[in-house]
Design a protein around this ligand. Sequence first.
Ligand code: ZN
Length: 237
Amino acid sequence: MKIQYQNHHITVFESALYRTTSTVIALGQAVLIVDPNWLPIEVEYIGQYIQAHYKTHQQYLLFTHSDYDHIIGYGKFPNAKVIASEKLATNPDKEKILQQIKDFDDQYYIKRNYPISYPPVDIMIKTNGQILSINGIDLLFYPAPGHVRDGIFTVIPSLDCWVVGDYLSNIETPMVDDNLQDYILTLQRAKLIMQQYPTLDLAITGHGDIAKNRQEILERIAADQTYLDDICSSSSL
Ligand SMILES: [Zn+2]
């Protein structure tokens, strides 16, 4: 499987499908696995990578949002503690999302060696700026609705790293599956995060190339804002 980016703590894998990323982040004696995804051989690869490098580490799974391509690998990591938003936990469309996975697998005759199920959430993100400390390493969470209702941003200040989910992609224009006003507010929150963390310089996007410097992150925020402004002004004509 392609490794798109790697440093001492962070490895970003890239699926052949939609250039979807899966990220593994070392947090002392724990390991955070973000949205492990897509093809069985790819999820297997990530599982083996964890076994090879983090065999005895406590596993945490972070789901950036509930789109089926992002939760598809959940069943491969049954011992992990799941971190996600409260809205992901209470999503009324769980069955629909699981059906999307089953339909995808049926369409391509795909078999998986792990069960397909919707992740039960162990650590629920309910508030803006909620902090979780894992082995003394702080993770801060911010609700990020707009693309879908249950998205979250995750910032790890000590690693200058920000897991953005399906925002700020360099290969996809903003997909407003939830709510345009919320999407605009989420981009404003993105700008605030950049102000709040002045050394943050790595943004891991759900699809495409991660952004590796502040300038690029700010440009992506601005580009998405412009795109949504255009939608707003054309719809109000
Ligand atoms: Zn996605």
